[in-house]
Design a protein around this ligand. Structure first.
Ligand SMILES: Cc1ncc(COP(=O)(O)O)c(C=O)c1O
Length: 379
């Protein structure tokens, strides 16, 4: 066994059928999608076919899907356009969100254009629904709720339908960062009242640097990126056609094979959990262990000198994992999520995150290496 990749929440490898679809497009579709000649029209048709696919898989209409450069741009667009164009003056969110949400909120708050409120959370990362309801009922100020569907570090899931219904009842807009769940869980915006949601291809076996935002047709927002008439005047710039084709193919495979992939990933995740518990009795797990994203397993080891270098030692042993979140720097900085859940804990947190291509043999390999790296904790 050469290397084991257990970091699929940071990003996923591009799967074969996506590679093939993209390679074919790179070879054939070179026209500018805004040109009216045949090459241009062919490129335009491929983009619109991709948009239709994305819309169909999440129950949206075609006019509600806009391609972006990824989850970060989609999340920035949702929050900032809601404030600029929809009159939102208050945003309810949580300290467990991804940095692209937290830092967008920092900038809106420091510009003095929003009141920022955090909903209470418990130690597993569940939001306090009662508190959310109280917050929604306590003010008439136009409000947006922004809460992620699955936490990327600990995997706790949000009860999406319940939160969406609560927002609708209280006339609040609802944005969900669904970057970790699009392609992994069925999402149907025709049944769940959501104002905005965000997707990113590299989390579902597509390429990096391409994503989408769903904007409910009732929400008339203005362009986030000024420029040409691309994306129906919403986002100027010649489209990332190869990325868009890769995104749609990645989403298609993910949804077509959802049940099989889910079963395989869940069984590897749960085997890893069992094995960790059997060999490291002092291990603890972060996040809700009943209502969780099946690709994520966040484990904390007791403090020790060896645990300090765990990420590095695992990498040298051929195992790629992440300490909390690897999205921004790859550096082993303290995790804001683990900090918000457990305070300044000296325990060492590792996020294992799986795909349907991982195997139990890879888990056995990782456990054998962990036993060598942390002999004083292993039994
Ligand atoms: C929950 C969540 N939101 C947003 C992002 C950002 O997405 P992107 O890398 O496509 O900008 C990530 C990961 O990168 C994520 O895990």
């Amino acid at each position: 066994m050469n290397r084991v990749y257990f970091d699929n929440a940071a990003t996923t490898p591009i799967c074969k059928d996506v590679q093939e679809a993209m390679a074919q497009a790179i070879g054939n579709l070179y026209g500018n999608p805004s040109s009216i000649h045949t090459e241009g029209r062919n490129a335009r048709a491929a983009i619109e076919e991709a948009r239709k696919k994305v819309a169909n898989y999440i129950g949206a209409s075609i006019g509600e899907i806009f391609f972006t450069s990824g989850g970060t741009e989609s999340n920035n667009t949702a929050l900032k356009c809601a404030v600029r164009d929809l009159g939102v003056k208050r945003i309810i969110s949580s300290p467990l969100e991804h940095h692209c949400i937290l830092h967008s909120l920092d900038s809106l708050e420091s510009a003095g254009v929003i009141e920022r409120v955090n909903v209470n959370i418990d130690q597993e990362g569940n939001i306090d629904i009662k508190h959310l309801e109280e917050l929604l009922q306590s003010s008439d100020v136009p409000t947006l709720v922004s809460l992620m569907h699955s936490n990327n570090e600990v995997g706790t899931l949000l009860p999406l339908e319940k939160v969406a219904a609560l927002c609708e009842e209280n006339n609040a807009y609802f944005h969900s960062d669904t970057v970790q769940t699009v392609g992994y869980f069925p999402i149907d915006v025709s049944k769940t009242p959501i104002s905005f949601l965000s997707g990113s291809a590299h989390k579902f076996y597509g390429p990096k640097g391409i994503g989408f935002i769903y904007v409910n047709a009732n929400n008339q927002i203005k362009p986030y990126m000024d420029g040409g008439a691309q994306e129906r005047n919403m986002r100027g710039g010649t489209e990332n056609i190869y990325g868009i084709i890769g995104l749609a193919k990645g989403l298609e495979s993910s949804y077509e094979e959802l049940d099989i992939r889910r079963a395989k990933t869940t069984s590897v995740r749960n085997y890893m959990k069992e094995q960790l518990m059997a060999h490291f009795p002092d291990i603890t797990f972060n996040g809700n262990q009943e209502n969780y994203h099946y690709k994520v397993l966040s484990a904390s080891f007791p403090p020790s000198d060896k645990a300090d270098l765990l990420l590095l030692n695992l990498d040298m042993a051929g195992i790629s994992v992440s300490g909390g979140s690897a999205c921004s720097s790859g550096a082993e900085a303290g995790s804001h999520v683990i900090g918000a859940l457990h305070g300044d804990s000296p325990r060492k947190t590792i996020r294992f995150s799986f795909s349907h291509s991982n195997t139990k043999e890879e888990v056995d390999f990782a456990i054998s290496k962990l036993r060598v790296i942390l002999p004083e904790m292993a039994v």
